[in-house]
Design a protein around this ligand. Sequence first.
Ligand SMILES: C[S@@+](CC[C@H](N)C(=O)[O-])C[C@H]1O[C@@H](n2cnc3c(N)ncnc32)[C@H](O)[C@@H]1O
Length: 252
Amino acid sequence: MEDQLELNPNSLNGLTESSALPHSLKEVDDDDDAPVLSSHALAALKEFLSEQQSHHSAAAEGETATAVEESKVSLVSEDWRLSQFWYSADTAKTVAEEVLKLCNGSVNSPVACIACPTLYAYLKNMDPNVPAQLLEYDKRFEQYGSDYTFYDYNHPEELPPELKHSFKIVVADPPYLSKECLEKVAETISVLIQPGESFLLLLTGEVQKERASEILGLHPCGFRPQHSSKLGNEFRLFTNYDPGTRLGGWER
Ligand SMILES: C[S@@+](CC[C@H](N)C(=O)[O-])C[C@H]1O[C@@H](n2cnc3c(N)ncnc32)[C@H](O)[C@@H]1O
């Protein structure tokens, strides 16, 4: 019968000689002359295992940090029947940072998040004072209290009167990549947006590029939104303003 050669770095602590090798480091055959590692080989093995151990510890620390950071923003699980694909943490943070920059700390810059609950969650996480409203079909987001408004893009103008023409910044991520859906969301945007200077950000598939320009006068940024699940469609971020060097620049 043959035992497994077990390479557990913890079992090497304090060992310098082959004779002190635990059973787990011996390649044991049935005979009594089982080979053991020489002191030279043992030293090399210890060095290798110690490096492995420090790589694993670093990786484990990284995982813990990510988990801690992400645990601050809690999201409901994706429901693919509702075309729900949440942004990756990096994408949500990048877009939230851009929106906060546009707000410039002003309570006079309310933000409407149309069908982008992850963005709403990150915005509130990064600045709890930012005035933001989530318009969403999924009623699980009623958990956000008065910041939540039920919204169905099929009824684009069915909105509470107090929300009309009251947002300086509107971010939208329509559930479908169709012309009809974009046109209806555009109607909603026109009802929500304030007169005067306003900022519009649209996250949607690359395939909507021409329509985003025709219907809303938007142009794509270099930044490529990513999702926590891999999607087949490439996504883009379109804006009605020049972000300068932010968001990977503006393509016109
Ligand atoms: C492509 S996802 C965008 C989510 C975004 N990536 C995020 O992470 O927040 C589309 C969103 O549209 C919502 N939705 C689904 N059906 C809808 C409808 N009939 N009217 C409005 N929104 C709808 C989904 O619940 C989902 O949040």
